[in-house]
Design a binder for this molecule. Structure first.
Ligand code: ADP
Ligand code: MG
Length: 316
C-alpha cells in the first residue's frame, strides 16, 4: 500500500477503536475481539454506493453516519450487543476536507452506536463504503425472522415514514404539495441521514419477542420477510401506524401513510410479542399474526394497482 494511504488510515480512521471487546484494533493484519462467555457472534455487512444508496450531494459527515447506523440496525434486529465494526472504504481521491467531515460523522456514529472501528480497508475508486458490524448475543437468544406464531401481536418502534418524506423533500418532490414547517425540516432530514438503530431497546426484546426485523425497505416489504420466514400471515391495521408530529401535519394523509407503509429507510424495529406481553411506551401495536400467508393491510397504499380501492393487499 502507498504511504499516502497509510497516512489517510492513521490520520482519519485510527483512534476510534476503543471498546470493551477490542483486544487489538487498527494497525496489525487483523483485529482481535473478545467474545463474552456463552455468547454467539452476530455479523452483518452493508454496502453503500454513491448515487445508488445516497444522493451525490450528501455531506461526508452524513454518509459516514448513515453507513454505520444502517449497518448497526441489523445488530439491533437480532438483539445483539455491539462489539465492533470494520469499514472498507473506496475513495475517488484522498481529499482532506472531505475526509475530515467523514471522520467526524464516523466518530459520532461510533459514539452513538458503541461500535468501535477495529479495522478495514482503503482503496481508490468510485465512492463506496462497506461496513461490517459484529455483535454478541447469549447462545440461542438472537431474534430471528422465523419465530412469529399465530396469536402474536405485531409492534413497531417510534414512527414510520419520516425518512421517505425527507427523501421526497430532498429530491424536491414536495415543493408543490406540502413542506414541513421550517423548524421541522432538519429533524426530518436527520431521520433520513442519521437514523437511530434501536440497539439498547432491542436488548430488552431478548427472551420476549418471537420475531424481529429492522425496517429498511418499508413496513409492508419487511413485514413480508417475517411472514414468509415464519409461515404465517401478518395483518396490519393502517389506522394504527404511528406517524411523527411532522407527518401528522401533512395535509395529505394518504401520502403520509403511503410513506409509512411503503417508504424505506426508517430503521425502526418491527417485532412480534406473544399476546400476554406489552411493549414499552415508544412502541405501537399495529396488527397481529394469524394463520395463513403473506401481509394483509386494509389501505390502498398497500395495493397501488387497485387505484384507490380500499381492499386488502395480499403480498404472497
Ligand atoms: P493489510 O494490507 O494487512 O490488509 P492494510 O494495509 O490494508 O492491511 O491496513 C492497515 C491497517 O489499517 C489494518 O489494521 C486495517 O484494518 C486498517 N484499516 C485500513 N483501512 C481502514 C479503514 N478504512 N478504517 C479502519 N481501519 C482501516
Ligand atoms: Mg488491506
Amino acid at each position: 500500500m502507498a504511504a499516502r494511504e497509510f497516512e489517510v488510515i492513521y490520520r482519519w480512521f485510527a483512534g476510534l477503536g476503543a471498546g470493551d471487546a477490542v483486544a487489538l484494533g487498527v494497525g496489525d493484519d487483523a483485529a482481535i475481539l473478545d467474545l463474552p462467555t456463552g455468547c454467539q457472534m452476530v455479523v452483518s455487512t452493508d454496502t453503500l454506493v454513491e448515487g445508488v444508496h445516497f444522493l451525490p450531494e450528501t455531506l461526508p459527515e452524513d454518509i459516514a453516519y448513515r453507513a454505520v447506523a444502517t449497518a448497526a440496525s441489523d445488530l439491533a434486529a437480532m438483539a445483539a450487543a455491539p462489539l465492533g465494526m470494520t469499514l472498507a472504504l473506496t475513495l475517488p481521491e484522498a481529499d482532506d476536507l472531505w475526509l475530515h467531515g467523514f471522520s467526524q460523522g464516523l466518530a459520532a456514529a461510533v459514539a452513538d452506536t458503541g461500535l468501535p472501528l477495529v479495522g478495514g480497508d482503503t482503496t481508490q475508486g468510485p465512492l463506496t463504503l462497506s461496513v461490517t458490524v459484529m455483535g454478541a448475543v447469549p447462545n440461542g437468544q438472537a431474534l430471528l425472522r422465523s419465530g412469529a406464531r399465530v396469536g402474536d401481536r405485531l409492534w413497531v418502534t417510534h414512527t414510520l415514514g419520516d425518512a421517505a418524506a425527507a427523501l421526497a423533500m430532498l429530491q424536491g418532490e414536495l415543493a408543490d404539495t406540502w413542506l414541513p414547517e421550517f423548524d421541522h425540516q432538519d429533524w426530518l432530514i436527520d431521520r433520513f441521514n442519521r437514523p437511530t438503530p434501536r440497539l439498547d431497546f432491542a436488548l430488552g426484546l431478548r427472551g420476549r419477542a418471537t420475531a424481529c426485523i429492522d425496517i429498511s425497505d418499508g413496513l409492508l416489504a419487511d413485514a413480508r420477510h417475517i411472514a414468509d420466514a415464519s409461515g404465517v400471515a401478518l395483518h396490519i391495521d393502517a389506522q394504527l401506524i404511528p406517524l411523527s408530529a411532522v407527518l401528522i401535519d401533512c395535509p395529505n394523509r394518504e401520502l403520509a401513510l403511503r410513506w409509512a407503509l411503503t417508504g424505506g429507510d426508517d430503521y425502526e424495529l418491527l417485532f412480534t410479542l406473544p399476546p400476554g406481553l406489552d411493549a414499552p411506551p415508544e412502541c405501537t401495536l399495529i396488527g397481529e399474526v394469524r394463520a395463513g400467508l403473506g401481509v394483509h393491510c386494509d389501505h390502498p397504499a398497500a395495493n397501488p394497482g387497485a387505484g384507490g380501492h380500499l381492499g386488502y393487499a395480499h403480498f404472497h
